[in-house]
Ligand binder design. Structure first.
Ligand code: F6R
Length: 610
């Protein structure tokens, strides 16, 4: 989603800003812009489309300077045009603002400003903030930004420059992440530490309602009441130790990340499996044994793919730990008021740790006094810092917008957590030992599952023209059916739906015809025969069937039109192995349809608006 990078120091600012924007590119955006400031004023370049368009504009009409702000915009208020791209200027072009988040009362504020004679030049909510800063400035930029942000309702991460104070950049945060970068040649502000990798050594996280100022010489952070904050510095390399934008020979990040899954799973399990005690261990859960045993219910909350991981978690916890679980979309949970008893914990699942709805749901649970935990990939992200305890995935940076390795790593962490909780309750040491052995074999099983790629390519050729595809599975594999459908929708723009296979006959089966393929998840397990019957029902209506099944399964091969083989693993780990062919299928179909696999239309990697 929107990205901010701003720098002031002794280096030429444009290459730093462009490099920072490129590092944020994977998050999704549809226009980009920069503004520099010096004694002569503010200088602006903006373009709709990709950063390459902005770079071309800067080649045609170069900007120089040592202080500037820049932004990638993911359109919310107004289309993705040049005039809506950030930075936004006030009427006199004395101030420039870049903003992430949403200003909810922008219409009222806009009306008030227009009544005062201000002429707006964009459709954005951000422009309101620019005019407010200009109106409230009386010689001190920090004060003007502080007062302006007090008037807005909603969320913001902003960086502001002013022609009267060239060399100074002011930042402020409420609900939208912002970090300060500290380096040998200057200081920076960014929405993501990853954007600072080429010039900062240390970083400082801003908290909500804090304001900061950076100059070439130093940085300061204040509360809204102008009290100086003593902030903790973090080593940038420790926070973003996995910055990795090298494709390593793969044509796309998504494919690279699909192939990284055996290693990601190994990393998720490293140091956490305890053979001696036949359990798993987690360093950061911050639950003492009494609290652990006292947990009577878990609410898992997440969005998108992470929500699907939570649905698998529900099956895992109920079976292995015998703890009732509810999985809620974070966007729904945040506005619900469910009766929740004392011994309920909330578990947020999130790759980025910045998803606005998940963060809000976590905060609401915290406010109600519940213990909150998070499963998160991005170290130091808002959710990782705000949860009472949690588990990192250690999957490495996920750049492809379509989440792949984060999903399987999330499920793996949930499986380990279920074993851990289960071992404090009814799981015996022998049962625990068997589960640990099965987990240890998982990376090899995923390696083997990746061998289905050639078969997937052939299946993709046959179905890339489809207009609708159904994904069907039961029990542990029902959430994987949802995830397979989501992957396909996201990157190929084919309409797809996931269902519990037996639900088909309650309505969706009306969609089935010769043109509508169904992907069945049908490895051997307790409901194998039931899923086979559901498959027959589709075949009887001439629907093409693609089965994800054991390579040796003749029974499946007799019914299905195509079989994509996956290795046999215990049922509780099938979601991880079965996800692989579905990720590959979405990828191959997307390629055949000429879509932009890593940057699908309309999508953002990290959804930081509500
Ligand atoms: C799908 C995808 C999204 C995310 C969702 C939540 O491929 O990536 O559906 O899963 O936006 O994001 P996180 O996990 O960062 O909270």
């Amino acid at each position: 989603m929107c990205g901010i990078i701003a720098f002031t120091g002794s280096l030429d600012v444009i290459p730093i800003l462009l490099e920072g924007l490129r590092r944020l590119e994977y998050r999704g955006y549809d226009s980009a812009g920069v503004a520099t400031v010096d004694e002569t004023g503010i200088h602006l370049r903006k373009r709709s489309g990709r950063i390459t368009e902005l770079a071309r504009a800067l080649d045609d009409e170069p900007l120089t300077g040592v202080c500037g702000i820049s932004h990638t915009r993911w359109a919310t208020h107004g289309p993705a045009t040049e005039w809506n791209a950030h930075p936004h200027l006030d009427e006199a072009a004395d101030f420039a603002v870049v903003h992430n988040g949403v200003i909810e009362n922008h219409l009222q504020l806009r009306q008030q400003l227009e009544d005062d004679g201000v002429v707006f030049r964009s459709d954005t909510d951000t422009e309101v903030l620019t005019h407010l800063v200009a109106k409230l400035w009386s010689g001190n930029l920090v004060e003007a930004v502080t007062r302006a942000t007090e008037l807005v309702r909603g969320t913001y991460g902003v960086a502001v420059i002013c022609r009267h104070e060239p060399g100074t950049i002011v930042g402020a945060r409420l609900g939208s992440p912002l970090v300060i970068g500290i380096g040998p040649a200057g200081h920076s502000i960014a929405s993501d530490p990853g954007a600072l990798a080429n010039h900062a050594e240390k970083i400082v996280y801003l908290a909500d309602r804090q304001i900061c100022q950076i100059t070439p010489e130093g940085w300061t952070v204040w509360t809204r009441d102008a009290v100086t904050v003593d902030c903790r510095m973090h080593d940038l390399r420790q926070v973003v130790d996995t910055i990795d934008d090298d494709l390593n020979g793969f044509p796309h990040h998504m494919l690279k990340e699909i192939y990284e899954q055996p290693e990601a799973l190994t990393n998720a399990m490293r140091g956490r499996l305890d053979e001696a005690d036949a359990t798993a261990h987690f360093g950061g859960l911050n639950l003492d044994p009494r609290q652990l045993r006292g947990v009577e219910r878990i609410i898992m909350t997440a969005c998108g793919t992470s929500y699907h991981a939570g649905l698998v978690g529900e099956y895992l916890f109920e079976e292995l730990a015998r703890i009732p679980v509810e999985v809620e979309y974070a966007s729904e949970l945040r506005y619900r008021n469910p009766p929740v008893d004392r011994n309920t914990i909330t578990l947020a699942i999130t790759q980025s740790g910045e998803t606005a709805d998940t963060l809000a749901a976590l905060r609401e649970s915290k406010r109600m006094g519940h213990t909150t935990l998070a499963i998160c990939n991005v170290v130091g992200s808002s959710i990782a810092r705000e949860a009472d305890g949690g588990v990192y995935l250690h999957a490495g940076t996920e750049v492809g917008v379509a989440s792949t390795k984060a999903f399987t790593s999330q499920v793996c962490v949930l499986a380990m957590l279920a074993v851990y909780f289960g071992r404090t309750r009814h799981l015996s040491a022998l049962q625990g030992a068997r589960l640990i052995d099965e987990l240890q074999a998982l990376p090899d099983a995923v390696r083997e599952a990746l061998r289905c790629h050639d078969v997937v390519k052939q299946v993709a050729q046959r179905h890339a023209h489809a207009r609708n595809i159904l994904y069907l599975g039961r029990q542990y594999l029902y959430p994987v059916a949802l995830e397979g459908a989501l992957k396909l929708k996201e990157i190929s723009y084919i309409h797809a739906e996931g269902y519990p296979a037996a639900e088909m006959k309650h309505g969706p089966i009306a969609l089935v015809d010769e043109e509508t393929p169904s992907v069945f998840l049908v490895p051997r397990g307790q409901v194998f025969d039931k899923v086979m019957s559901n498959m027959q029902e589709i075949k009887a209506r001439r629907g093409p069937v693609i089965a994800i099944a054991s390579p040796a399964d003749r029974e499946v091969a007799r019914v299905a039109d195509d079989v994509i083989p996956i290795p046999d693993v215990p049922e509780w780990l099938q979601p991880i192995v079965a996800a692989i062919p579905l990720q590959l299928l979405a990828y191959e179909i997307s390629l055949l349809r000429g879509c932009d696999v890593d940057k699908p239309r309309n999508l953002a990697k990290s959804v930081t608006v509500e």
